[in-house]
Write a protein that binds this ligand. Structure first.
Ligand SMILES: *Cc1c(COP(=O)(O)O)cnc(C)c1O
Length: 855
């Protein structure tokens, strides 16, 4: 029999236990073990049965059990203590409070996915986990972030395997009433609602779920509401469900609906309006259009003026150097949603289209590019590791014509991970004994890992490895039963993996560039490594393929078939349904974390950071974060065959290097035991990993970087732009218009220099005089620079420095002389040139307009 209607009846807690409601609904429990321990102690069996989710536990306990606990004074006291601790966590001023009034009062953070806990499966991979870790660290530091996203009725899919290893997807429907969410309501109790016009006169309505992440609220829009027609109800049905238009509708809801949800949030709760808007990828880019609409309607600004106000306070983070990973829609689709009756007043369709247009070499005129729109709507932009920043500057250089890639205004902030979430409790308690546990929150104390005895480190590592082995066996058995095997056929699983064998982990989404199957290039070589008589390795592998990605599913099948073989199945396992819950056991349990993407397509990668924080060593291609922080002793770098064009040949070379490293370096060191039976040199590497990487890979470092380098400057720019009736935004828009129309009159007429001797040497000064025509522009509108540095044989300049020249004299006809002294500071082939750039105090960088005149 099937029920025709379902809902979740919320538990009524006896009064003495009432604070448990708050403890369960604030997701801080997901990174606070004492809170989880409290819930577990209520009924350990039920706790395991509900997959360790406090809200579900409260729903599962009988009234009798709750009454019993309510009568238990010791338990009630623990509840009160835990509630007081949460209150203290939420209220105490954090690091951010020390920044003073320059710091923004609130920051809106937009992301299409959030990975916070396994209990809220609203993520597919690294992007979502990053967003979750960002919110958690913002909470720890007291950064006033408000998260905005969507609530997907089925989240991301659950993965299982068919008998022959093909990925199967299921989409269990989530009941938001049974999740740690509450509906945002108006004062009169009715659900707060936002609406957006759709083509054909339809209207999309959405309600707003609120999750509480420590002190950070997260607003999730849900279109599955009665006011909507069937199609509109399905818009938030699943994460990355449909393509094209479905995705466009989701992004419309997230961006435009998200801003409207924030307005409702401020109106209802009195929370300050965000001063900075951060787009975590281009997906939420439509938020900028909604904010332009607001400025036009409320401040009477023109589109261009509103655009300046929006840009000033917007931060855009790009996450992918893979062109196929960039979100693009048909121009016609965007026309449908932003043209005609569906258009926004004050936001003309052609201006919308121009924001996403690929009007640069190699661009597709039929396409609307969300990343490009993000870059045009945000005055500040960044990639997620140094290498990715450099790759992004090259990739988007077409948006700033005239500038070499290094000057493209995209900076980088390297991702981090939220240590309180990702460091295993066993590591925390080991640290507590010897060095204090501050390192998970503040990053202090990593330098003291020297003080932890070898034996202690090794014992803990074994506990973690054994925990992973046990978990892997359980999961493998469950998977085989699902694949149709009978209990009697599965006796072998109890001997799968060994808690004393070198354990290598590999888990991530399965796009082609991550090369899940690189290790299968030479199956015999891999088999030999797995079954080595003295120095075996074992591999734990996991990963979901996007449901529409047949190639990825084929890679998974290849992997599964290899791992199914009776000759190796005790040493290599593929575990279905990679998610946060699995990850929490997997990272700490691995001795080595393997990552072999096709360089440079891994923007950052964060799983290796989580392994490192648990004393795992990284074995990785020098890509993403590893390119930046590998120091020769904190793990291993797999050499890349950059420049080898034939992908098969490249894979062969890199796989061979991988096998060699595992055999001759990794396994050799792991099994090199001293008289105590300990791998002293391995343990040394574990210590060095913790000491060298620990403080860097933290999301608290990442969030502080965002605050200092992007949020505070964006807040300052936003305040300046909108003060006094948005005078600065108006001026800047007018100035840009005039500058663009006059720019063709700017010329470097002539450059003179004196002081260059026949044999110049370091310390000599050159006097440079540049004669510049500015057409109708004022000298205050430009800066004139000498750009200098090393030159190649073909006179190509590698910029080492920039020297601004002073305005010296004005001649007739808009001509000017500029002067300055350039001191030679480096030996070797040296050259310089002179250029003219726009100047205005409202610009974040002189490259912003993509205008430059070179000599
Ligand atoms: C950390 C994490 C990821 C991201 O890992 P990458 O190294 O960026 O591929 C994906 N999924 C889960 C469950 C994670 O915990």
């Amino acid at each position: 029999m099937r029920a025709i209607r379902r809902f979740t009846v919320r538990t009524v807690l006896p009064a003495p236990l009432a604070p448990l409601g708050e403890l369960a609904s604030n997701l801080r429990w997901s990174w606070h073990k004492p809170t989880r321990d409290l819930f577990e102690s209520m009924d350990p069996a039920a706790w395991a049965a509900v997959h360790r989710e406090p809200g579900a536990l409260l729903g599962a306990l009988s009234t009798e059990r709750l009454d019993e606990l309510a009568a238990d004074d010791a338990f009630v006291q623990r509840v009160q203590k835990a509630a007081a601790d949460l209150r203290d966590y939420v209220e105490r001023p954090g690091w951010y409070a020390g920044l003073g009034s320059d710091a923004p009062r609130a920051i809106a953070y937009f992301s299409m996915e959030y990975g916070i806990t396994g209990a809220l499966p609203q993520y597919s991979g690294g992007l979502g986990i990053l967003a979750g870790d960002h919110l958690k660290s913002a909470s720890d530091l007291g950064v006033p972030v408000v998260g905005v996203g969507l609530f997907y009725a089925t989240g991301y899919f659950k993965q299982s395997l068919s008998r022959d290893g093909w990925q199967q997807e299921t989409y269990p429907v989530l009941d938001p009433d049974g999740l740690p969410l509450s509906l945002l309501r108006e004062a009169d109790g009715t659900p707060a609602s936002v609406s957006i016009g759709l083509p054909g006169g339809r209207t999309l309505h959405a309600h707003i779920w609120r999750a509480q992440v420590g002190r950070v609220p997260l607003l999730l829009l849900d279109s599955d509401v009665e006011e909507n027609d069937e199609a509109a109800r399905g818009i938030t049905d699943r994460l990355y469900g449909g393509g094209g238009e479905h995705r466009l509708q989701q992004e419309l809801l997230c961006g435009v609906g998200g801003v409207r949800a924030l307005r409702a949030w401020s109106r209802i709760t009195g929370a300050p309006a965000p001063e900075v808007f951060h787009m975590n990828e281009g997906h939420a880019g439509f938020l900028g259009l909604e904010r332009i609409r607001e400025y036009v309607a409320e401040e009477g600004l023109s589109f261009d003026e509103a655009l300046e106000a929006v840009r000033a306070a917007t931060v855009f983070t790009t996450h992918t150097p893979v062109p196929a990973g960039i979100d693009r829609f048909g121009r016609d689709q965007v026309e449908m949603y932003f043209g005609g009756a569906g258009g926004m007043p004050g936001v003309p369709l052609e201006r919308v289209l121009a924001l996403g247009a690929e009007n640069f070499p190699g661009g597709d005129p039929g396409v609307f590019n969300m990343a490009v729109m993000g870059l045009r709507l945000a005055q500040r932009a960044n990639g997620v590791s140094q290498l990715h920043g450099a790759v992004s500057r090259g990739m988007f250089t077409g948006l700033w014509p005239g500038f070499d890639a290094p000057e493209v205004p995209i900076t980088s902030i390297t991702n981090g991970v939220h240590a309180p979430t990702w460091v295993a409790p066993e590591i925390i308690s080991m640290a507590k004994q010897h060095i204090g546990s501050d390192f998970v929150s503040t990053g202090d104390g990593f330098d003291k890992v020297e003080q932890i005895p070898d034996e202690e480190i090794w014992r803990t590592r074994r506990v973690l490895r054994a925990r992973l082995v046990a978990d892997a066996r359980t999961r493998l058995k469950r998977s085989w039963l699902q694949r149709g095997a009978s209990e009697a056929q599965l006796g072998w699983i109890k001997d799968v993996l060994d808690p004393d064998v070198l354990t290598i982990g590999f888990a991530r989404r399965v796009p082609t560039y991550k090369r899940l199957t690189l290790m299968l290039r030479d199956p015999e070589r891999l088999t030999a490594l797995l079954t080595h008589p003295e120095r075996p390795v074992q591999l734990v592998i996991a990963g979901k393929s996007h449901p529409a990605d047949e190639t990825g599913k084929r890679l998974i099948q290849q992997m599964v078939r290899f791992a199914d073989d009776a000759g190796v199945r005790h040493r290599i396992v593929f575990l279905p349904n990679y998610d946060i819950t699995m990850a929490l056991t997997l990272y700490p349990g691995c001795d080595v974390w393997l990552n072999n993407p096709l360089r440079p397509f891994e923007a950052c990668g964060t799983s290796g950071m989580k392994a490192a924080l648990n004393g795992g060593l990284n074995l990785s291609i020098l890509d993403g974060w590893w390119d930046e922080w590998f120091d020769g002793a904190n793990g291993w770098a797999i050499p890349t065959a950059d420049g080898v064009e034939d992908p098969d040949h490249r894979d062969d070379i890199e796989a061979a290097a991988l096998y060699d490293l595992i055999e001759n370096s990794v396994a050799a060191r792991f099994y090199d035991r001293d008289e105590r039976g300990l791998p002293a040199r391995w343990i040394e590497m574990v210590r060095h990993t913790l000491a060298s990487l620990g403080p860097k890979v933290l999301a608290s470092r990442q969030v502080q970087d965002y605050v200092q380098q992007l949020y505070v400057p964006a807040a300052a720019a936003g305040r300046a732009a909108t003060a006094s009736g948005a005078q600065r935004a108006r001026d800047l828009a007018a100035w840009k218009r005039d500058l663009r129309s006059s720019w063709s009159g700017v010329r470097v007429d002539h450059v003179e220099s004196t002081g260059v001797s026949d044999s110049p040497q370091v310390g000599d000064a050159i006097e440079v005089r540049a004669f510049i025509s500015l057409g109708g522009l004022d000298p205050a509108d430009v800066q004139v620079q000498v750009v200098h540095g090393r030159v190649s044989e073909s006179d190509e300049l590698t910029v080492a420095g920039v020297l601004p020249l002073e305005h010296a004299e004005t001649y007739e006809g808009g001509r000017h002389r500029y002067e300055g002294h350039l001191t030679l500071r480096q030996t070797g082939p040296f050259g310089y040139t002179v250029r003219v750039l726009p100047r205005h105090e409202g610009l974040a960088t002189p490259a912003e307009l993509g205008l430059v005149v070179n000599a």
